[in-house]
Design a protein around this ligand. Structure first.
Ligand code: HEM
Length: 386
């Protein structure tokens, strides 16, 4: 049985080459620390089949951190309530429905002028500080963090503490007791904000949640996921995306000419969620010609599926002129990323504004430091000058 390549971590912009090799084999059993019978799914059609059928493949509450060891019962009780990724329908539907209205296309059009302002302010600050600058701490992290903080009603001034907590929580090498401690800290922080919101509910998302019929721990869990998912992923797409766009001279012009098309191809090619949250087989079933038993863990590799030649021709090439097809960078099925319209808007506005403000922006770092130990792939630092 092959060992799963380093929890599917990567070096550089491409997925581990072993992953693409596994795609030729179809669905197969692999050795991972997470369990006994673990199936690795790497083809786009099989990934869509798993993620698209919650009656056969449920969300595993024990595996809420992709790539990390399974959670204990104690951890589970602490981190599960309110987290839509830890439930199947109908519980999942109930949680998701409460906040879905905040992420529609209409809501995004309303929010767009504010995102422009947030981006402009960060660019002003970068310009004032002068080159060289770290684009991760100066732009990629604060832009989506500011937006989700405002949407939720979380003080942006607390960002250093919560970003540090999430980075530690997402470290796939962390011992499980430590992860539990961090999860509890994060919940305690959001519980305090929820308590304040209860005494004076605002017109932000926390206000909506405390006015709903959710239990207290559910409000905390849902807000925690929104704060985490709302900036970690987009921030890493922004920094990796800028590094990619600056790597070749014609990429900047392509982005400025057709930002929507380029953002989709970047999402496909970079795929910052390295695995996709694992699923558990709920019934005895067949997948890619293999007999899967109830309780088997099924890990869908989003980076491998997004480089499947069945999705686009010449999938390892970055082709900024093509339609990236229906990639799975945001997942698929009932858990398809709730924040996808927000992330797409933030990327389009941020890339456009950055490359317009600094037409001669260049990467200074010679060796990029990739976040290979984190459950969201990206860069720790991106030094640029202009
Ligand atoms: C779910 C990726 C931005 C909120 C997901 C999933 C993926 C993903 C792959 C599915 C996980 C699964 O099926 O198990 C991304 C990427 C982003 C991004 C690549 C940025 C480029 C955001 C933003 C938010 C957000 C800005 C805003 C709050 C969520 C939530 C879920 C989710 C709440 C759970 C949905 C559910 O269980 O129904 N995301 N995401 N994400 N994402 Fe995102």
């Amino acid at each position: 049985m092959p060992t799963l390549p380093l929890h599917m971590r990567r070096a550089g912009f491409d997925p581990a080459p072993e992953l693409s090799a596994q795609r030729d084999e179809g669905v197969r059993l692999v050795d991972v620390p997470q369990g006994d019978r673990v199936w690795l799914v790497t083809r786009i059609a099989d990934v869509r089949e798993v993620l698209g059928d919650p009656r056969r493949f449920g969300n595993s509450p024990h595996h809420v951190v992709p790539g990390a060891p399974a959670l204990s019962e104690e951890e589970l009780a602490a981190v599960r309530p309110g987290n839509p990724l830890a439930f199947d329908p109908p519980e999942h539907t109930r949680l998701r429905r409460l906040v879905a209205g905040e992420f529609t296309g209409r809501r995004m059009r309303w929010l767009e002028p504010r995102v422009h302002e947030v981006v402009r302010d960060r660019l002003d600050a970068l310009e004032r500080g002068g080159p060289p600058a770290d684009l991760v701490t100066g732009f990629a992290l604060p832009v989506p963090a500011l937006v989700i903080c405002e949407m939720l009603g979380v003080p942006f001034a607390d960002r250093d503490a919560f970003q540090d907590r999430y980075a530690r929580f997402f470290d796939v090498t962390l011992a499980s007791e430590e992860r539990l401690g961090i999860a509890l800290e994060s919940r305690a922080y959001l519980a305090e904000l929820a308590r304040r919101a209860r005494s004076a509910p605002g017109d932000d998302l926390l206000g909506t949640l405390v006015r709903s019929d959710l239990g207290e721990d559910e409000v905390v869990g849902l807000a925690d996921l929104l704060l985490l998912a709302g900036h970690e992923t987009t921030a890493n797409m922004l920094s990796l995306g800028v590094a990619t766009l600056l790597a070749e001279p014609d990429r900047r012009a392509r982005l400025l000419a057709a930002p929507e098309v380029v953002v989709e191809e970047l999402l496909r090619w970079l795929t910052v969620v390295p695995t996709g949250v694992p699923r558990i087989a709920l019934v005895e079933t067949e997948l890619g010609g293999r007999a899967v038993l109830p309780g088997d863990l099924v890990i869908c590799s989003l980076p491998a599926a997004n480089r499947d030649p069945e999705l686009v021709p010449d999938p390892d090439a970055l082709d900024l002129g093509r339609q990236a097809g229906s990639h799975v960078a945001f997942g698929h099925g009932v858990h398809h990323c709730l924040g996808a319209p927000l992330a797409r808007m933030e990327m389009r506005i941020a890339f456009q504004a950055l490359l317009t403000r600094f037409p001669d922006l260049r990467v200074v770092s010679t060796d990029l430091v990739f976040r290979s130990e984190q459950a969201v792939y990206g860069l720790d630092e991106l030094l640029v000058e202009w």
